[in-house]
Design a protein around this ligand. Structure first.
Ligand code: NAD
Ligand code: DAU
Length: 336
């Protein structure tokens, strides 16, 4: 049995990880530490909540005493750190909490893990640490870090800190850097769920700038399979890029969603661009493919259809979200 502290497991990617991994794997005991910020939702974990190999603890990764207590109480040997403030637009509205959680919170996890001789520490990072690409080329693990937003600079700081714990203390750290995820349980502030939900509500679809910014899309389960592989087989001190090779301009995704829902393109509204908006992300994932044998299992064509269907069948999940704090955020972000 592996006793694993999973942080941020009530968010989009972490909850999909827990649900997926507890279904297929008998060897993990997972303690999910999550603060339940606006982005955390225990409803995402309904299928795991009664599993005897799962515990939920509400708390902050930046609380040293709590993290240390959890290591002691649950004999934690491994950490997978998903917990973060994850939305670029919110980091532009206010950056402090991004540095509090993503940098100082990660520092607490690293310090306790070092003291407790953790067997492996996986830092879930992002391709955004590499900055922005021109029309050609891909991010490799050797691309210099050049983050452009408060969000991505906080994630880059955490990456560098985690690697410094490997170099200085020999701590068994690994880092994954993935591209844009989509799938069930994604908070509707992010492009794909926001556009699906606005279209369903016949609201305008706010496209930033000229709509030609490019992202490289991966289904969340493919990301999580890769994380689990790196967790088990990744070499310590190494970084692994994860991406499925699905580059698309935003406007193409928006039009695809409208067409799948049989809605008019008149709903598209071009709005003021995001400040500092990265133009293009694209991932070279040959390292994880050749060294660890990972490859994506889902095609964009099928998985985006499944995702749209999921939002159509789970209206009560997102209705509850958009009727809460989200409304205030939406006003601030889009009606300035
Ligand atoms: P999310 O915003 O959906 O979820 C974040 C979770 O972390 C929430 O449950 C929240 O309650 C929790 N959290 C926030 N602050 C906390 C704190 N101080 N202590 C404990 N819990 C806290 O994010 P996500 O999209 O699931 O992203 C998960 C991770 O993956 C992040 O580290 C993000 O940087 C990274 N990532 C995301 C993507 C993407 O496309 N969404 C791509 C690559 C990497
Ligand atoms: O690349 C990985 C990153 O992907 C993760 O590290 C982040 O946590 C995650 O939020 C995501 O960042 P992006 O900024 O790329 O994702 P977002 O969904 O916010 O935006 C995707 C693209 O769509 C981006 O070019 C901005 C654009 N966009 C977004 C929103 C919310 C719009 O045009 N309109 C919108 O309303």
């Amino acid at each position: 049995m592996k006793n694993i502290l999973v942080t941020g497991g009530a968010g989009f990617i972490g909850s999909n990880y827990i649900n997926h991994i507890l279904k297929d794997n008998q060897d993990y005991f997972i303690v999910n530490l999550d603060k339940l910020t606006y982005a955390g939702n225990l409803e995402n974990l309904t299928s795991s909540q009664n599993n005897p190999r799962y515990r939920f603890i509400r708390g902050d990764i930046g609380n040293y005493e709590l993290v240390d207590y959890l290591f002691e109480k649950y004999k934690i040997e491994y950490v997978i750190n998903f917990a973060a403030e994850s939305h670029v637009d919110r980091s532009i509205l206010g950056s402090a909490v991004f540095f509090q959680t993503n940098v100082l919170g990660t520092n607490v996890l690293l310090e306790v893990s070092r003291k407790r001789n953790v067997k492996k520490f996986l830092q879930v990072s992002t391709d955004e640490v590499y900055g922005s690409l021109g029309p050609e080329g891909l991010f490799t693990e050797k691309t210099p870090l050049s983050p452009n937003s408060p969000y991505s600079s906080s994630k880059a700081s955490a990456d560098m800190m985690a690697l410094s714990f490997f170099h200085t203390f020999g701590m068994p750290v690994v880092i994954t850097r993935c591209s844009n995820n989509y799938g069930p349980f994604q908070f509707p502030e992010k492009l794909i769920p926001l556009m699906i939900i606005n279209a369903l509500n016949n609201k305008n679809l706010p496209v930033y700038g000229d709509g030609m910014n490019v992202r490289d899309w991966i289904y969340v389960i493919d990301h999580n399979i890769a994380i689990d592989l790196v967790f088990n087989k990744g070499n310590i001190g190494e970084v692994y890029n994860i991406g499925a090779g699905n580059e698309l301009p935003n406007i193409q995704i928006v039009k695809l969603i409208l067409s799948a829902l049989d809605k008019s393109e008149d709903l598209i509204q071009y709005v003021k661009d995001r400040p500092g908006h990265d133009r293009r992300y694209a991932i070279d994932s040959s390292k994880i493919q050749t060294e660890l044998g990972w490859k994506p299992l889902f095609t964009f064509e099928n998985a985006i259809k499944e995702t749209i269907d999921w939002y159509l069948s789970n209206t009560s999940w997102w209705h509850r979200i958009i009727s809460g704090e989200y409304q205030k955020y939406y006003e601030m972000q889009y009606n300035r």
